[in-house]
Ligand binder design. Structure first.
Ligand SMILES: O=C(O)c1ccccc1NCC(=O)[C@H](O)[C@H](O)COP(=O)(O)O
Length: 264
């Protein structure tokens, strides 16, 4: 699944090459988005609200979702940051969703896609995203480092997503400030919260740790907090909710417990 999604992203980026100069100009001119990592430093576990119409694991979640209205609802419910899935084929997203979310809220936006090519980061910056997702499992550690450095050069923050200790090492070697542990195995699509519970405590206390996937209610946020997470990334449950303001409000407010500093 991850290989297929990354290959499709590469194909879409090849079609973008003709617009390289325009995208580079737009990226240089676009005002920097609001700070992403800083917005996740709250006394309570911060909620990253994801706009998710469908997914490979669930099929249709909320096919008719308006990215602008949904983003405004997440903000009203107390989300700290938005995650906008722009992947079109399997998630039903688009770059227009970033524009709609920007118009509707003042929250920092994470561009959630399978970013494997430098031009995709230029495009993310041109669109006004504050941050872009980098998935360690989809990238050679050398490429993760290079894309992380390019993002810094573009004044674009990143969320580096990992699932095990080896990928944590790669994220740290790439100097990632925000590290997300995905509880969903992107090969089998199975969710196991024990993944986050095992890996989040290993993330150094000076980084932001995000607990991703499988959060349906406050019980899962409590488990994230107990593991030491600074934030949870939530997509399916709040995208499908009849009342997304109430759904986000129910998740926000769990006190953050922090992680122990590494022993000297
Ligand atoms: O959600 C999927 O089925 C999926 C399949 C393949 C690659 C990525 C996928 N999802 C991306 C994510 O990790 C989630 O959108 C995100 O963490 C939110 O998860 P959830 O709250 O469980 O929808």
């Amino acid at each position: 699944m991850l290989g297929e999604l990354s290959a499709a992203a590469r194909e879409r980026t090849a079609a973008l090459a003709a617009r390289r100069q325009e995208l580079e100009r737009l990226a240089a001119e676009a005002p920097r988005g609001p700070a992403f990592a800083a917005a996740l430093g709250r006394p309570s576990v911060a909620v990253i609200g994801e706009v998710k119409r469908r997914s490979p694991s669930k099929g249709d979640i909320a096919p008719g979702l308006s990215a602008g209205e949904q983003s405004a609802a997440y903000e009203a419910g107390g989300a700290a940051v938005l995650s906008i899935l722009t992947e079109p084929a399997r998630f039903g997203g688009s770059n227009a969703d970033i524009a709609a979310a920007r118009a509707a809220t003042a929250l920092p936006i994470l561009k959630k896609d399978f970013h494997v090519e430098p031009l995709q980061l230029v495009e993310a910056r041109a669109l006004g995203a504050s941050a872009a997702l980098l998935i360690a499992r989809a990238l050679h550690p050398r490429d993760l480092k290079a894309l992380s450095q390019l993002a810094r050069d573009l004044a674009l923050e990143t969320l580096v997503e990992i699932r095990d200790e080896r990928e944590l090492d790669a994220a740290l070697a790439a100097d990632a400030a925000v590290i997300g542990v995905n509880n969903r195995n992107l090969e089998t699509l199975l969710i196991d919260l024990a993944t986050g519970e095992r890996i989040v405590p290993l993330i150094p206390a000076d980084r932001v740790a995000v607990f991703e996937s499988g959060v349906y209610g406050v019980a899962e946020v409590e488990r994230a907090a107990a593991a030491g997470a600074d934030a949870v990334l939530v997509g399916s449950s709040i995208s499908a909710a009849a009342d997304p303001v109430a759904a986000v409000r129910a998740l926000a407010g769990v006190p953050r417990r922090g992680r122990a500093p590494a022993a000297a």
